[in-house]
Design a protein around this ligand. Structure first.
Ligand SMILES: Cc1cc2nc3c(=O)[nH]c(=O)nc-3n(C[C@H](O)[C@H](O)[C@H](O)COP(=O)(O)O)c2cc1C
Length: 220
């Protein structure tokens, strides 16, 4: 019903009445909505495997699944992750001030979920999952070799927000697997088997529907 209504808006032939002529009641009927209490409904979001620990730190390498992650600045390149204070990884990152965001493939959804169900306090997640710790280039904690994209980060600020502390971090290196690059060495996101997270569900990203600026690009 909602999808049909949304389609009407852009299809003048089938539009029952111009939007500008509709009353608020009619508009609300066209786009029926439920009001929910405030919640973390922004979706889809990435879901990533964050590796931390290792090096000369007193902590063995660990992995935490994080969905509250985001790009926050282009120059300097920065991202953030929000982690609950009680997570083992929170303790590790507070101590070491570094971590790696490893972007998993949709085919790694199960392992991604598992790393978010178990704590490094109880299990060695690298050993149990057989994920491969490999050296990072700029931080002491390992990257996860099995993930096609690894973003090495150093914490610049920790912001307590409530349930979660947000680690604002500078991106100090990025490692990209060959499999993500096309023949010209360009990043090919369409065939990257990317994984997204929406309201407790994992989704595989597949169909490209446009690219940056395509709405204003002149056809050749
Ligand atoms: C899909 C998914 C997303 C998650 N996102 C977060 C998150 O953004 N922040 C967080 O603190 N915990 C998040 N968690 C929970 C942690 O991954 C989980 O508590 C994990 O066991 C903590 O591991 P650790 O104790 O070894 O650090 C998520 C779990 C799953 C399954």
């Amino acid at each position: 019903m909602f999808r049909q209504a949304a389609a009407y808006q852009y299809d003048s032939e089938h539009q029952p009445k111009a939007k500008s002529e509709m009353t608020e009641f009619e508009l609300k009927q066209l786009f029926p909505k439920h009001v929910w209490k405030p919640g973390t409904l922004l979706m889809p979001v990435p879901v990533v495997l964050v590796s931390c620990g290792g090096g000369k730190s007193p902590y063995a390498p660990n992995i935490i699944t994080v969905a509250w992650a985001g790009t926050i600045c282009s120059d300097p390149a920065m991202l953030s992750i929000s982690v609950r204070q009680e997570r083992y990884s929170h303790e590790i990152i507070c101590r070491t001030q570094e971590f790696v965001v490893n972007v998993p493939m949709a085919s790694q959804a199960k392992i991604t979920d598992w790393c978010g169900m178990k704590s490094g306090r109880d299990v060695d997640k690298f050993a149990e999952t057989r994920l491969t710790p490999l050296p990072a280039t700029q931080v002491k904690c390992p990257i996860i070799g099995d993930c096609p994209l690894n973003i090495e980060c150093k914490v610049v600020k920790t912001i307590p927000l409530g349930t979660h502390d947000m680690f604002l971090a500078k991106i100090v290196a990025v490692q990209i697997a060959d499999s993500l690059l096309d023949r010209r060495g360009k990043l090919d996101t369409e065939h990257a088997d990317l994984l997204a997270y929406a309201h407790s569900e994992y989704h595989a990203l597949g169909r490209k529907v446009g690219s940056f600026g395509f709405s204003v690009r002149k056809h050749r």
